[in-house]
Design a protein around this ligand. Structure first.
Ligand SMILES: [Fe+2]
Ligand SMILES: [Fe+2]
Length: 348
């Protein structure tokens, strides 16, 4: 019995050592991984809360979100914050000269900020910084598909939330990060993720139901734990945690704000899934097909309507789809410019 026990322990170590970051794993990290008494759920939560390789939330993004919450923020202030991140500066310059914004030559950062506009800068800066900080782990997933979806959900969540009440400034983060737990799970638990996919297919379950069956928790809960760790606003954390729960009538929400933002994310998620068939970074956007999407027929619309939008809902799907494709294109070309460096680096 003892022999068999030690064999399984050896096996467990072997599995961990197969992972790309393992050759550099310190004794402390090895101890961190090896806790056979834990359930899978406990292990996932511990990794999400404590693993030192989970990247920090980009401080520049946090400062920009804060600064741009004020409507009349001075452009100098934004320039001052953006300048602290040279990578962000070059990406904003390239984005401002993209065809979407008139394909003109941009000389400096203030000009780029003016062309993009404050709202756009806040979103793009947040998006670029978050994508940058998570690019290591994204390399394991189909990152273009993941980011196209997440960026679109972020933007649509922001638009939907604005029709219900004055924006608080963090709505788009809730949409942007709603599925970040999927990246985490793909990175740490690739085998279990494959099992989740096959379970979902054979049992005709949704992905988050299959995750709960296999792992004991869904990607939504993992996303929320990561947002908590990054000290994002509690409303973001709750909306992310419950973005698949809003359709379940029996689930109690308290306070109502939580349901409001979670419903916006849920609705935006449904719209983005519908759009996904008609856009891609290498094939652009099929504007004709996107324009045919009837938001009122999608899942989540009835729930969303219950909050009584104070103005007609206009999601500008074509415009948003083109913007997210441009962002992902930009990300891909900057990565290719580095010779695919991120795909060979280790860890988060
Ligand atoms: Fe989700
Ligand atoms: Fe999603």
């Amino acid at each position: 019995m003892r022999l068999r026990g030690s064999c399984s322990r050896v096996k467990l170590i072997k599995v961990r050592l197969d992972r790309p970051s393992a050759p550099f794993m310190s004794a402390r990290l090895l101890r961190f991984f090896l806790r056979p008494e834990e359930s899978r759920r406990e292990q996932v939560l511990r990794f999400a809360r404590e693993d030192p390789r989970v990247p920090a939330f980009p401080d520049t993004a946090r400062r920009l979100v804060e600064a741009l919450r004020a409507e009349d923020v001075a452009i100098d202030r934004i320039e001052e914050i953006v300048k602290t991140d040279p990578g962000l500066v070059s990406q904003l310059l390239r984005l401002a000269s993209a065809p979407l914004f008139g394909a003109r030559e941009i000389r400096d950062l203030p000009e780029a900020l003016l062309i993009l506009g404050m709202k756009e800068v806040r979103r793009m800066a947040g998006e670029v910084l978050v994508m940058n900080s998570l690019r290591e782990v994204s390399a394991r997933a189909k990152w273009e598909v993941f980011w196209l979806h997440s960026l679109l959900v972020g933007r649509l969540t922001q638009r939907l939330a604005a029709t219900l009440r004055e924006p608080e400034g963090w709505e788009y983060l809730a949409g942007l990060l709603h599925d970040v737990g999927k990246l985490f799970l793909t990175y740490y638990f690739p085998g279990e993720c494959q099992l989740v996919m096959s379970t979902a297919m054979s049992n005709h379950q949704s992905l988050h139901e299959a995750e709960s069956a296999v792992l004991g928790l869904s990607h939504a809960e993992v996303s929320a734990v990561l947002c908590e760790r990054w000290k994002l606003h509690p409303q973001v954390v709750q909306a992310v945690r419950r973005h698949h729960e809003v359709s379940a009538r029996h689930v109690a929400f308290d306070p109502a704000e939580e349901r409001r933002l979670a419903t916006c994310v849920y609705m935006a998620n449904g719209v983005a899934m519908e759009c996904a068939r008609h856009l891609g970074p290498r094939r652009g956007v099929d504007l004709v097909e996107i324009s045919k999407i009837e938001v009122q027929t999608l899942p989540g619309w009835r729930l969303f309507k219950e909050f009584g939008p104070r103005e007609p809902v206009c999601l500008e799907l074509e415009e948003e789809a083109r913007a997210v494709v441009a962002l992902v294109e930009e990300m891909r070309s900057s990565e290719e410019g580095k010779g695919g460096r991120t795909r060979t680096r280790r860890g988060w």
